[in-house]
Design a protein around this ligand. Structure first.
Ligand code: MG
Length: 385
């Protein structure tokens, strides 16, 4: 049994809105068309391929169509989809017993779906990969009024591949009606077309959103993430006889911050921002200052523990931004050192952490040099699907 696969790739993708035809765009590093072609080259039921390209590309096809492991014929497509398929069919029909037609815009087709369709066509004459409708299907009039609710258990959504015995497809294409798939022509020509299980991930790339979803599927990236923002604030008094430690960095200054632990207000504000983003309480709840375990504690270690806590709930840091309000102590020369320490505690890259210094224009306790205050925001993300 000689099976020839026709890959319909002549469309110009007017609904997609990019300059190049969408089937030529790289999807996670490999063009959409190449992925579709490769699926059929890999399938051991398929003997040869015919690819219908836009006419301007057909004379100089991409290299992956020339160096494939199976014979690939390239033909120039026509005006409509069925014109392209008819030209490809003319090139395929000499040798083929079965012809499988596939949209290049379905690059995620699996070997199992290809095999099912071809085997069913060999048995029944014609077969279409399709998925059962999961939504209730309404038929509407031109004004958006519902005319009819269709019986969902009778509704299937047709995908490709669609496979046909040679004679069936010849009858179908002879009709040359305006249709969106070849199965409808075969039905009109009076042939019985069999449904086989398609695959929900065998999606058709029509819009930029489809492309994004296909890319996430291929790259194993989540389809949806939740973003959560948290706000943290801390203020400590400046007193003599204490070292000034901010963001885990010792800053040379005549005073230091008063407090139970090392009084690192940067770490405390960031910890509260991280916990707040996850809705996981605050630093006082996790590390109470009535507990001697945290007396003189290294606040970077507290931050590390707080981040471990939210990570256990599936959160990951996107970024954190910190403002240190200090009238005299110079923050800027130590900002990178603080960023490095914070990034280490948060297991992230330094580029995800920002630390900025600010004076308080001589106003209030910060401006008078009596205290240092810190504001922080943290953005966390969690994968949903
Ligand atoms: Mg504090």
């Amino acid at each position: 049994m000689h099976v020839s696969a026709i890959i319909a790739a002549a469309g110009r993708g007017t609904r997609f809105g990019s300059g190049a035809p969408k089937q030529l765009l790289a999807l996670a590093g490999r063009p959409v068309l190449q992925r579709s072609v490769d699926a059929f080259v890999r399938c051991d039921l398929v003997s040869s391929l015919v690819v219908a390209l836009p006419v301007e590309l057909a004379s100089d096809p991409p290299r992956y169509l020339r160096d494939a492991a199976k014979p690939i014929l390239v033909v120039a497509g026509g005006e409509r989809r069925q014109d392209s398929v008819a030209r490809a069919f003319a090139a395929a029909q000499d040798r083929a017993d079965i012809v499988a037609i596939h949209d290049a815009a379905r690059p995620l087709v699996t070997d199992a779906v290809i095999r099912r369709t071809i085997e069913a066509a060999a048995t029944h004459g014609a077969a279409v990969a399709a998925i059962r409708a999961r939504d209730t299907v309404k038929r509407s009039d031109a004004n958006g009024g519902i005319v009819e609710t269709l019986r969902r258990d009778e509704i299937y959504l047709a995908q490709t591949p669609q496979a046909f015995r040679l004679a069936v497809l010849r009858d179908a294409l002879a009709l040359a009606d305006d249709v969106t798939d070849e199965a409808s022509l075969a039905e009109r020509a009076g042939h019985h077309v069999r449904l086989v299980d398609g695959d929900p991930w065998n999606l058709k790339i029509t819009t930029p959103q489809d492309f994004e979803m296909a890319e996430r599927l291929v790259a194993g990236r989540p389809l949806s993430t939740a973003l959560r923002i948290g706000n943290g604030y801390d203020l400590h008094r400046l007193v003599a006889g204490r070292p000034l430690v901010l963001g885990g960095t010792r800053i040379p200054f005549e005073k230091g911050l008063q407090g139970h632990s090392d009084a690192d207000a940067v770490c405390h504000a960031v910890t509260d921002a991280v916990l707040g983003a996850a809705g996981a309480g605050d630093i006082g709840r996790h590390f109470p200052d009535t507990d001697d375990a945290w007396k003189d504690a290294n606040s970077l270690e507290l931050l590390r523990r707080a981040y471990d806590h939210v990570r256990a709930d599936g959160y990951a840091l996107v970024n954190v931004d910190v403002v240190v309000i200090a009238q005299q102590a110079k923050v800027a020369p130590h900002a990178d050192s603080m960023r490095r320490n914070l990034a280490s505690a948060l297991s992230c890259d330094m580029s995800q952490v920002s630390v900025k210094g600010k004076t308080n224009e001589g106003v209030d306790s910060m401006g008078a040099g009596e205290s240092i205050a810190v504001h922080a925001v943290a953005l966390l993300q969690r994968d949903l699907v």
